[in-house]
Ligand binder design. Structure first.
Ligand SMILES: *[C@@H]1O[C@H](CO)[C@@H](O)[C@H](O)[C@H]1NC(C)=O
Ligand SMILES: *[C@@H]1O[C@H](CO)[C@@H](O)[C@H](O)[C@H]1NC(C)=O
Ligand SMILES: *[C@@H]1O[C@H](CO)[C@@H](O)[C@H](O)[C@H]1NC(C)=O
Length: 351
């Protein structure tokens, strides 16, 4: 237990407000604010989805850490959520958790498909969400709901797939003021949208906002329907667009199989994660590498490169890389700039 006096001292020494301090990876005394679950999103997965929310530990069991397509030597075996961050000293941001099986086989390895939520919305047996709470100590609390999928299917343009990759982290963030939800951020590819919390439709007209996870890419939208988004940098002729599809195919309640942690920034920049209880692994949150394979070289069977866009791209970094210290903003720093909080949702076109 961290003595209360230590916490108070740290707060007093602070030159600016920051998330409530925690020391190293030790447990902190505070408990999870109840509003984090009360107002947690309900996620709707698309009715044609093939790549469901996935277990974090399964990702480790089915991959090996590589740097430059070569297995990292000296890594712990097995890798677990408790020792994953030891890879930070063995390659750090160059480490890719690389599938042991060929991910391009037909059919693909089953573990890439994740776990279909059961009738209660639970991904039974799979911890597929990480909920991270940043308490600034001044009434403002940001709750990050980080959704994990073992695979991202990027969609098709002119019948060709782009941006398929192992590992997919998406998130929404709800900003609370004195326990009352104010705004929400929805991540969408390299970008996203921010809304007034009151603008987002609620599940059963209750307290919990509905988030639609796009088929394959798992980008988060506030409405059901079709959402155009061009591939950043892709300048195809004939005005071709890549499209995300959302609908209320499968109900997923991410709180039913989630790990909970707090984050604080005692030094200003480096996140310090702490769990709310003794049973929750937390060290993995410090891992700075990627949760999937490095982009396959063009010589790899099935890989292609059209106008600089690849079929198979690299896996993403984890929650620590999502700007968990947003201060005054609801959006991650600079995405988009300025951060516009939309007062209403715009319905997607119907499919
Ligand atoms: C959803 O993704 C699957 C691939 O996982 C694809 O076959 C299907 O056509 C997609 N659905 C839509 C509506 O695009
Ligand atoms: C990656 O490995 C290849 C082949 O062993 C080597 O030629 C290349 O220099 C390596 N690149 C880096 C960045 O280490
Ligand atoms: C709370 O603290 C954060 C971090 O210093 C700051 O960015 C934000 O403006 C503060 N909010 C209020 C309402 O004082």
């Amino acid at each position: 237990m961290i003595p209360l006096s230590t916490c108070f001292a740290l707060v007093l020494l602070a030159t600016q407000a920051y998330c409530i301090p925690a020391i190293g990876n030790q447990k902190r005394q505070s408990t999870l604010p109840s509003f984090v679950n009360t107002y947690a999103p309900i996620v709707y997965l698309h009715s044609t989805e093939n790549y469901f929310p996935s277990d974090l530990s399964a990702q480790l069991a089915n991959t090996k850490p590589e740097v430059n397509y070569t297995v990292v030597s000296g890594a712990p075996n097995p890798l677990t959520l408790d020792n994953l961050d030891s890879l930070n000293a063995l390659g750090g941001t160059s480490v890719y958790l690389t599938s042991i099986d060929d991910t391009t086989s037909n059919p693909q390895p089953q573990w890439l498909k994740g776990v279909v939520p059961d009738s209660t919305g639970k991904t039974d047996g799979a911890v597929s969400c990480s909920i991270i709470v940043c308490d600034y100590g001044n009434g403002t609390v940001d709750a990050y709901y980080m959704y994990f999928y073992a695979y991202n299917w990027g969609g098709t343009v002119l019948g060709l797939n782009f941006d398929d990759h192992v590992g997919d982290w998406e998130h929404t963030m709800t900003r609370f003021s004195n326990g009352v939800p104010q705004t929400m951020w929805l991540s969408q590819h390299e970008d996203g949208e921010a809304f007034d919390f009151s603008a987002i439709p609620k599940y059963n007209n209750g307290l919990r906002p509905i988030v639609y996870s796009a088929n394959g890419s798992h980008a988060n939208y506030a409405t059901s329907g079709t959402h155009d988004h061009t591939i950043p940098g892709l300048d195809l002729p004939f005005g071709v667009f890549l499209v995300d599809y959302t609908n209320d195919g499968y109900l997923w309640d991410p709180t039913l199989n989630a790990y909970y942690a707090s984050v604080s920034f005692p030094s200003g920049t480096t996140p310090v994660f702490a769990s709310y209880d003794s049973s929750t692994p937390v060290n993995w949150l410090n891992f700075v590498g990627a949760w999937g394979d490095e982009q396959y070289p063009t010589s790899y069977p099935g890989q292609y490169d059209i106008f600089g866009e690849y079929r198979y791209t690299s896996g993403p970094t984890g929650p620590e890389d999502k700007d968990l210290n947003r201060g005054d903003g609801t959006c991650p720093a600079g995405i988009p700039d300025p951060c516009v909080i939309l007062p209403t949702v715009i319905a997607g076109e119907k499919v």
